[in-house]
Structures are given as structure tokens and as C-alpha cells.
Design a protein around this ligand. Structure first.
Ligand SMILES: *Cc1c(COP(=O)(O)O)cnc(C)c1O
Length: 482
């Protein structure tokens, strides 16, 4: 597709502005060194040409609005459009962030109500809605854990235990707080190795960071024992709630023995996910950690909503003003529409869909962990690779694109070689799931009969194979060729 510069015709304009009045007067404002000597090099096109260019680009993308997107760990579900509308109501978006509390009662009420809903959903006692992503929620949680130990003069607690299946943000967040990471290996059945956990617990243990269901899509059946052992050793328990879609409305995280958790509203609660944000990672805590919550905390007293900054033990401010308000509004709208019982049905259907896909594919693909899964599961390309050594997970993922599906998450989690992590979510119909199964089975057949169609895939996309390392390390961000 030609770039905007290649389509440019000298003198063509998208908008006509009136000549500036008193140009010389305006220029006298701007220091000479900052004044342009030559015109900026911009493409010259009509509005229509520009619109067509960007719409065509958008049509070359795969999106949840155009097709199935089983990207494991990301919960790429349909997010009802009504949530976008509510998230953009001008009464919220045009509120000046410095508005005094008494004139911002509506916004504060929504924030307060959302806090209460999340508290009810998870069983914790207090919340902050400020963190802008799951990873920032983790950081906030770990900062509070650090403050807790320091307040108790328990300065030797410098280690954070993290299973080897964890999302990379977990060790990164703990390390940013100055903790030392101790990796806990998984068992062959994909769960935390209890012997290794016991071995690493000590008077140095500050906390464990755990994802449940874990990133292999498995529920940690020893969870109560794990949190009990960590507490016994004097550590606290952090729950990574990015996989809440599997359990929302079914179990309260606090009852599993955790002290603090974050929620990825941009996975579970109706903010389109992918492409890097904006997001929101509310953090929930029990009474041990509540004093350390970031300021301000939204309060409700004597019929008035307010922002409370007077919290001497707080870890401080972590995000400007109210957090990502639009994202929080979407979550509020979504949860209100479903209700707690509706959320339970969401979770049950997400788990059912994942197990349906796993069972439908297990005769054709190697299943990493055959037991009943939660909302996602992992296949590998072992069988197909055995038939042709050039076939691997990357080639299978590329071939899926020819059938109109976004590939699953590949090569994550790191502990499963050649992983394909599939998360269908609750919003897909049986027909869509069956079509996906059919495509996967056809590709398996191709690995026997025409392996080169897989190895050379994709065949139908506007761009074939890109050099992903080069694209990430040295992206070419120039509009025009030098
Ligand atoms: C997505 C994810 C995170 C990080 O969330 P972000 O909002 O992307 O920062 C953390 N843990 C798990 C298990 C995740 O899936």
C-alpha cells in the first residue's frame, strides 16, 4: 500500500484555513531560533484520501470486532459497546480534574461504588482504583507489602517467592521494589511444587506472588495450604488477578488466604485489550495492608463522597487524579449489567468453552496438561514437528491466520516448550469454536500431506513473514524514505 508521502501531490490541501491576521505580530512572540525557516515536510492530500488510507490500514488488522482471537492470558472477549458509550459520557470525561470534591460527587460516587463492588466480588476490605495497569497494580501491592514489613521493623524480609510459570511482570514488579526473586519450580502436573515451596520459606520471606488459576490454565489445588505456609513463615500473599475471568462470582480471592490482589479490568471487565492500553489495575487489600493504600482514597461519610489524603502510612500517590476514569466507568457499567450472578455465568461459560476446545483438539495435538482446565489451556506442536522438522509452533500460528483466526499466545509460558496457549472466552458461539477446531484439524492433516503450506504460511495476509526481532529492535518509524 503506498504511503501518504507517495500519494502526496504538491499543493493539494485537506483543509483551507484563513490567512493569519497580523502575522508579524505573532512572529514577534516566538523566539527567532524556534521559528521555522522551511515548511515542514508533510504529505499533501485531500481529507478523503487520508480517510481512505487509514480505513484501509485498519481493515488489514485482525481485531476482536472482526474475528476469533484466542490469545491466552489476554482474555480477548467481546466488550459490549454500551460500555464504551458510558465510558465517554461528557459529565465524566469533561470534569476538570481539580474540581473540588463537593462538585464532583457523581464521579466520586461511581468510584466509591466500584470499589465496594470489587470488595464484594473478592472478599477484601479496601481498594484503590488508581493503578493504570495490572503491572502497576503489582508494583503498588509489593510497595505496600514492603511498607508493612518495614513498619514492623522486619527488615530481613527481602525475598519474594514466584512460581516459574508466572507472568514476567511479577518478578519485574517485585524487583523494582528491591526484593530478591526466588523462583519456585512447577511440578510435572503444572502446579506449585510444595516441597520446593517449603524449602524456600524462611525468615527472609517477604511474600509469595501467585496467579490462580495459574498461567497454565490450572487451578492450584493446594492453594489453602500454600497461603497457610507462607503466613506461618511470616510472609504475605499476593494474588495476580489477571485470570479472574475463570473464577469471578464463584470464589472470593480473600478466602483463599491472600492479603492483596490486583484485577485487570482491561481483561475481565469490558475494556478492549491489546495494543498497549489504556488499562486499569485496581488493587484490593485486607485490613493488614489497608493503612498503606495510595492516596487519595475515595470515602463516603455523612452522605458526602470525598478524596481522603490524610493517611499517614500511605505509600503515596501512584497515578494522577482519579486513575483511568474511562476504563473504570466501563468496568462499572459491565459489572452492573451482569450482576454478581451474571459474572458467575461468564466465568462458568469461559471455563466450559476452554474445556470444549481442549477435548475437541486432544486427538490431533499434544495437550501439555490433560486434566480439566480453567479458562485456558496449552497445546504444543510436538506431533506435527515429529512429522516435519520445519513445522513448529510459529509456523502453525502463521498458518491459522490463513483460516481467518488470530493465533493463540505462542511460546508462553516459558516452561512449556513450543507452547500454544488458547483462551476462547465466554463470548464465542459454539459455531465459532467448531470452525476453529475444524481449522486446527485441517492444519494437522496438512502436516501429513502438504507440510510446505504450513512452513510457508501465511499466504493470505497483506504482509507475509516479518522479522520480528528486527522490527522490535530497530523499528523504522520514518514516514518517507531517506
Ligand atoms: C496481563 C497479565 C499481567 C499484566 O497486566 P498488564 O495490565 O498488561 O500490565 C500480569 N499477570 C498476568 C497473569 C497477566 O495475564
Amino acid at each position: 500500500m503506498p504511503t501518504l508521502f507517495e500519494q502526496s501531490v504538491s499543493g493539494r490541501q485537506g483543509v483551507s484555513l484563513p490567512e493569519a491576521q497580523n502575522k508579524a505580530g505573532l512572529q514577534s512572540w516566538i523566539p527567532k531560533t524556534l521559528q521555522r525557516q522551511t515548511k515542514p515536510r508533510l504529505p499533501e492530500l485531500s481529507q478523503l484520501e487520508i480517510m481512505r488510507h487509514f480505513v484501509k490500514l485498519s481493515q488489514q488488522n485482525h481485531a476482536i470486532d472482526t474475528g476469533f482471537y484466542p490469545l491466552g492470558s489476554c482474555t480477548m472477549k467481546y466488550n459490549p459497546k454500551i460500555c464504551d458509550v458510558i465510558g465517554q459520557l461528557p459529565g465524566f470525561t469533561q470534569l476538570h480534574p481539580e474540581t473540588p470534591d463537593e462538585y464532583a460527587q457523581g464521579t466520586l460516587e461511581i468510584l466509591y461504588r466500584l470499589q465496594q463492588i470489587l470488595i464484594e466480588l473478592t472478599g477484601f476490605t479496601a481498594a484503590t482504583l488508581q493503578p493504570a495497569a495490572g503491572a502497576q497494580g503489582e508494583l503498588v501491592g509489593m510497595m505496600m507489602i514492603k511498607a508493612y514489613h518495614e513498619q514492623r521493623q522486619d527488615h530481613d524480609r527481602i525475598e519474594v517467592l514466584i512460581p516459574d510459570s508466572a507472568h514476567g511482570t511479577n518478578p519485574a514488579s517485585a524487583a523494582m521494589c528491591g526484593f530478591k526473586i526466588v523462583e519456585i519450580p512447577s511440578n510435572p502436573d503444572g502446579l506449585v511444587n510444595m516441597e520446593m515451596l517449603k524449602k524456600h520459606l524462611s525468615s527472609k520471606t517477604a511474600a509469595i506472588m501467585l496467579t490462580n488459576p495459574n498461567t497454565l490454565g490450572l487451578f492450584e489445588k493446594d492453594i489453602l495450604e500454600i497461603t497457610r505456609l507462607v503466613h506461618e513463615a511470616g510472609g504475605l500473599c499476593y494474588y495476580d488477578g489477571a485470570n479472574l475471568n475463570a473464577i469471578a462470582g464463584i470464589i472470593q480471592v480473600a478466602k483463599m488466604g491472600f492479603d492483596v490482589m490486583h484485577i485487570n479490568t482491561h481483561k475481565t471487565f469490558a475494556t478492549p485489550h491489546g495494543g498497549g492500553g489504556p488499562g486499569s489495575g485496581p488493587v484490593l487489600v485486607n485490613e493488614l495492608l489497608a493503612p498503606f493504600l495510595p492516596v487519595p482514597v475515595v470515602t463516603h461519610q455523612n452522605g458526602q463522597y470525598a478524596l481522603d489524603f490524610n493517611r499517614p502510612k500511605s505509600i503515596g500517590k501512584v497515578k494522577a487524579f482519579y486513575g483511568n476514569m474511562e476504563i473504570l466507568l466501563r468496568a462499572y457499567a459491565y459489572i452492573s449489567a451482569y450482576g454478581l450472578l451474571g459474572l458467575r455465568e461468564v466465568a462458568e461459560t469461559a471455563v466450559l468453552n476452554a474445556n470444549y476446545l481442549k477435548e475437541s483438539l486432544k486427538d490431533n495435538y499434544h495437550v501439555a496438561f490433560p486434566q480439566i482446565c480453567m479458562h485456558e489451556f496449552i497445546l504444543t506442536s510436538q506431533h506435527q514437528h515429529a512429522r516435519d522438522e520445519h513445522i513448529n509452533t510459529m509456523t502453525l500460528a502463521k498458518r491459522l491466520m490463513d483460516y481467518g483466526f488470530h493465533p493463540p499466545t505462542v511460546y508462553f509460558p516459558l516452561i512449556v516448550p513450543e507452547a500454544m496457549m488458547i483462551e476462547p472466552t465466554e463470548t464465542e458461539s459454539k459455531q465459532t469454536l467448531d470452525a476453529f477446531v475444524q481449522a486446527m484439524i485441517t492444519i494437522d492433516e496438512e502436516s501429513k500431506t502438504t507440510p510446505e503450506t504450513i512452513i510457508n504460511a501465511p499466504h493470505s495476509t497483506p504482509i507475509q513473514r516479518v522479522d520480528e526481532v528486527l522490527a522490535a529492535r530497530s523499528p523504522d518509524l520514518n514516514f518517507y524514505k531517506h
